[in-house]
Design a protein around this ligand. Sequence first.
Ligand SMILES: [Zn+2]
Length: 504
Amino acid sequence: MSLRVFWVIILLQCAAVQADIKGSAGAAREWRLANEQLIIDRFAGLLRIPNVAADTVNIRRNAKHIQEMLGEAGMQTQLLELDGANPAVYGERLVPGAQTTVLIYVHYDGQPVNPADWASNPWVPVMRTGMVEQAGEVVPMLAPFDPQWRIFARSAGDDKAPVVALQSALMALDEAGIAPTVNIKVFMEGEEEAGSPNLRAMLEKHRDVLAADLWLFCDGPAHQSRRWQLVYGVRGSYGFDLTVYGPNRPLHSGHYGNWAPNPIALLSDLIGTMRDTNGNVYVDGFYDQFRPLSEAELAAIARTPRMDEAMMRELGIARPETEDRLEIAISRPAMNLRGIYGGDVGASARNAIQPSASASIGLRLVPDLTPEHLRTVIEQHVRDQGFFVTGQDPTPEQRQQHGRIAKLSWSKSGGYPAYRASFDEPLAVRISDILMDLSGGTLIQTPTMGGSLPIYIVGEVLQVPVLILPVANHDNNQHGANENLRLQNLWDAIEIYAAVLTGL
Ligand SMILES: [Zn+2]
């Protein structure tokens, strides 16, 4: 074969793949345009079932309802059970001849609600022309729908939208006679907002059923610019409370000041040795084991619209902690001061030297950094500052023995590491190609979210790469009052699923 013929064949193959993706997305759009009322009615039906993880009766109603919805889209479903856990909804649709299996992760439970804060009942979906904060008006939930309208209910954005979007995408493809090119599995968790206490055990128990070549986490908000976003990782999380001590009872600051050790001064000094006001951490070893961003990851960030200026205006910040843009700043390990307590201020201030002062300190982890390592180096740092380090309240004997005592109470959960998939992961390359193509080159690739999700558990237990494909609008008020989903995000999600499931 001559080189020219070779390239013509390659180009033709590329063109065929592109046409397929666009054909699927186009079929999804056509179907959606003809069925918007049906889609919204189905979505509203799901949103009407309360879904707080502790409400186990309604949680099961949700699970059953989702089983039916997936069944309508040709999926075989079952509930995955584990003693003491809310059921996970599992669904699968195996495609003859498919070489690849993609598993879509969604959670169907939602955060608890405080109905007094809501403009309408969180479990009775309503349609509004815009955000409540921007005086969006209630309109009948009847087609035709303006794509800027939003549907309001708990979990509209976090995380029930992918359920109806996936159902719609599969039904649209079926009606158009387009077969998915991958085996499709779904795993819909029922206690994510309760901290996923049983996720590891659930994955271990159902390891075989949940095997896949890629997990797609469909959760979280899309980019503030409203462009589609593919996220490759999350940071890990850990934290501790730090307490230092003065005299064993409050003392008069006039009679004993400058003589009795002042715990607030001790604590401020100690914190000052650990972290400066630019976010730099001075604990030996804190930055030892972290994976820096690769060239491809840095290039992707450089292509991302820079939101710093807009966020600074919105948040009343004239000078951020660092000159680096937000995406770079959140790719580093971080020490965040969550709270500090010593004595009272204002009218409650007393001229006293307090017995103790405490700070609560949060840590964000990036890949290759473990909670255990951070605990070791931080405790060593505190020791190096001349403190006796303990995990308990000091005994009277210890108070006599040690001039400086620090109690470090680490978070009981033990923290968890970060997760970041490689940009070179073959399926990640294929998905980003599909979305880049479909979005006309505007897809945003984000190496890591700043926040934390226990995604590493999936990677660790199932040895599978994980990507995050959020579909909800960033201003969906997730976890808060007046949670909502902008309809254009739902419409886009249907096309995205149709393209991905026929393009891989
Ligand atoms: Zn969520």
